[in-house]
Design a protein around this ligand. Structure first.
Ligand code: S3P
Length: 184
């Protein structure tokens, strides 16, 4: 049987390229609950992709949409929810997330982020000449926020998303957030 996380709402937070969506999909399989990607939800409601939203409405417009979507997602019964890298910037978002579920921070180094985000396609904040400098700046500003919000911090740089998902599942079990398997 899968993880039986009937009442668990789990938020994955972390920077761009930390694997929130990939790990989230594996974790939702393991826990047998739906997977929701906040960025995908924003795009589907807008009927447009994230680069378009940034172009037309600016980052502020995107952040407004992000908060609106989060307001609904924090009400979702049980799910693994991948948030965007900047979802933790607004205090309002952090408060909603903190009071609505278990928060897992996928921690990766900037060099790992650089490898995983490639040319930065689809990520407006990475459309700059010096992506490494940008990622370093974003990490310096955001890492304290990720850490403060996290219930669980997982080193997610190893590259194997399924293994990372299993590690998260194990920590959730250890902490009694999902039941232990019978006979274990
Ligand atoms: C952003 C991260 C992106 C997306 C948007 C802004 C950020 O999500 O929400 O481009 O501010 O770090 P991912 O973390 O899934 O790439």
């Amino acid at each position: 049987m899968a993880g039986n996380a009937a009442n668990l709402r789990l938020f994955l937070i972390g920077p761009m390229g930390s694997g929130k969506s990939t790990v989230g999909r594996h974790l939702s399989d393991l826990l047998d609950c739906p997977f929701i990607d906040s960025d995908a939800e924003i795009e589907s409601r807008a009927g447009a992709d994230i680069p378009w939203i940034f172009d037309v409405e600016g980052e502020a417009g995107f952040r407004r949409r992000e908060t609106t979507v989060l307001k609904d997602l924090v009400e979702h019964p049980a799910a693994v929810i991948a948030t965007g890298g900047g979802a933790i910037l607004a205090a309002e978002n952090r408060e909603m997330i903190a009071r609505s579920g278990v928060v897992v921070f996928l921690n990766v180094s900037v060099s790992q982020q650089l490898k995983r985000t490639g040319s930065g396609e689809g990520r407006p904040l990475l459309q700059r000449r010096d992506r490494e400098e940008t990622l370093n700046q974003l990490m310096a500003e955001r890492e304290p926020l990720y850490r403060a919000l996290a219930d669980v911090i997982i080193s997610a740089g190893g590259g194997n998303a399924r293994k990372v998902a299993r590690q998260i599942e194990a920590v959730l079990r250890e902490r009694g957030l999902i039941p232990h398997h019978d006979g274990e």
